[in-house]
Every structure is written in C-alpha cells, then in structure tokens.
Design a binder for this molecule. Sequence first.
Ligand code: SAM
Length: 261
Amino acid sequence: MTPTAIRERLTALNLRPSKALGQNFLADGNILRRIIELADLRRDETVLEIGPGLGALTAELMAAAGKLIAIEKDARLCAYLRDRFPGLDLVEADAVTAPLPVVDKVVANLPYSISTPILERLVEAEQKPRALVLTLQREVAQRLAAAPRHKDYGALTLFTQLHYHVAIEHVIAPRCFFPAPQVESAVVVLLRRDPRVKLRAGAPFHEIIRQGFSQRRKMLKKLLARQYDAERAFAEVGIPGKVRAEELSLEQWIRLANAVG
Ligand code: SAM
C-alpha cells in the first residue's frame, strides 16, 4: 500500500494511528517483497505475526505459509482484520504479556516501544522459532548484531546471539512508513543456531552478563568478585584480569558462566 492508500483506508475506518501503539504502517511494496523473500516460507510452516496492523504483511504471509497466527492489541484494527481475513487465526491481545504460540517462524514489523521485551520473550522461549524476520528501530538492530568492543555490544546482544545468528539485511528510511517515524528502521533476520561452546545447565550466563554490563567501564573481574570466585574462574578460562565486559566474546562468556557456576 502507498502512503495515500493507507491514509485513505484509515480515514474510511475512522482511525487515527496511535503513537502509543507504534502504528507506523509499511507503505513500500519493495520492502514488503523483501521481507517476504527473507522469510522464505514453506507451506508446512506455522508463522506468527505480531502487530498485523492494516494487514500489509498479513495477506502475503497467509498466501505463503501453511498457517498464520496474528496477535494484535488494537481492538479497532482487529475488527477490520477479522472482516478482511475471515480465515486468519487472530488473537486480540498484548504480545508483551499474552502466551505466545509455538511456531516455526515469526515475521513482524514491531512497534518500537515494545520491540525489546518482545524480542527477549522470543529468544528466551522454551521452544524457540527457527527464524525471526523482524523490522526494528535501526539502533536496536545494531545492538543485536554488534561485535565485541563496539558501543552497541551488550546484554541484549549476547542473550540473542546465544541462540540466534543475527544479520541486518536492509535499512529502511522513515518515508517507507505512514505516518513516517522519526528514526530509521532495519530488517533483521535471526536464524536459530547452537553456539560452538555448550552452556552448562544452570550456569549463571544471564546473571554475570547483567552484572558485567551494569558498569561497563569497570573491570569485569572486580564486578563478579562480589558474588563469585572470579579469580579462579578467570584463571581457569584464561581471561586476562583487567578486561571489561564489552571485550569478551560470546564463547568467552559461556566458558566463564560454566566456570563460575
Ligand atoms: N504490520 C503492520 C505493517 O507493517 O504495516 C503494522 C506495523 S505497526 C509498526 C505495529 C503494530 O503493532 C500496530 O498494528 C499496533 O497496533 C500493534 N501493536 C502495538 N503494540 C502491540 C502489542 N503490545 N501487542 C500486539 N500488537 C501491538
């Protein structure tokens, strides 16, 4: 849909886009096609769409996937979507708190304000989707894909990369949405993978990362020594005593969590 078509549809439905719900609707056919291409859907796959909005992605996803489940919080949009897609499995709920179905893939243009909590839920789910194709604020995408020593590298990077390979596939200009947001977006593809080093069950991976990045300019060993035998663990893993949290690779974090736990 073009920006004009979206405006007309909103007017016909007597709807004003809600800022609180991050309602910036996709208004660019090329980006839409690219997202569907990246999702690489098969007829035997179940897909979850979060925030279907006016259904720009929904129509394409229904055509390509075996089954589509959509979660939308806005009751006004749900009424419209039920009318437009009678066969859609639509759940009117808040995707931050509602139970999330077990699916093969998630494809979503996420509202900016809730993209991080939703992302955390998806990557921490007991039965994780095989792939996530997400449109996010560019800054969030950069945090997911960041490498050690970069300012964007942090807890969210590591929690995500523990389970997923991350690739930023496309940067999207604000004008590709209606209404145009104030920031750039990016399409990110996350593919499920197992890290080369295995995390031992019960190892405090999340805990030490949170502690380490709570004061990212401080030496990691000092921060962890408050709770763990950091001296022994650092020696066991072979990590220099003066490193900061942002200098350790994912594999070093896993080894350290295995050693302190
Ligand atoms: N998918 C549509 C598109 O690409 O044009 C709409 C994307 S728009 C950025 C975000 C959508 O998420 C809106 O439809 C909004 O109502 C919905 N939404 C916002 N918060 C939500 C939440 N907590 N749970 C589910 N949907 C939500």
